[in-house]
Design a protein around this ligand. Sequence first.
Ligand code: ACK
Length: 217
Amino acid sequence: GQLEEVSLPLYFGWFLLSSIQDKVRCTAMDFLKTLDTLEAFKKHLIDFTGKAEKEVDLEEYFEAKGTLHCTTKFCDYGKAEGAKEYAEKPAVKDLYGSAFELSLSALFVTPRTVGARVSLTEEQLLLWPADAEKEAGSASLPLGSRAHVTLGCAEGVEPVQTGLDLLEILALQQEGHQGELIEEMELGSLTYYGEGRWLLTLREPICSSACFSSFYG
Ligand code: ACK
């Protein structure tokens, strides 16, 4: 019946506590503010603007996308493949509503999205769908590689893109691309991977309390 059809959420995930959301947003904003002033960034401006001379204000370039979370399973109210199976997993049922500590280990920026990489623990991986990386065509990357928090999207870009952008950077690393080490910033080391892909590996991962739950919208 109708009730059954809406009994699955839009997605399951970890929802960052609101106090830490502000901290994460501020850290990301500070990073964007610094990044677009760097000579190395200006050298590759064309990745973002399509024109070499044009300036870009990264803080305005990206639009925030609601409450900060790390999606585990996108269910699309049951329409997504494997949604029902995921919701019925014992770990999902047992841990629903529990508190976790997420480790945000890097920030990344592309012409499409800005996000934070989440490094999952063994326990957290119990909640990670086995096919999340495969679905995105990155079957050879370790489970959990796609885990991220979307911090913002460029105009017309959907948040699903953030995880795909992260996987793209990790695939380059796996293929042996070291990237170009740009500089050691206060927050960590900044590396450029070409085509507007920037990765800031945080010196100190940001630890964030988060509740495993779901979003209906
Ligand atoms: O930023 P996100 O992880 O990317 O959080 C949002 C959330 O679900 C609600 O839209 C994510 N999302 C959307 N479509 C998909 C998809 N096909 N696969 C995985 N995650 C998705 C989106």
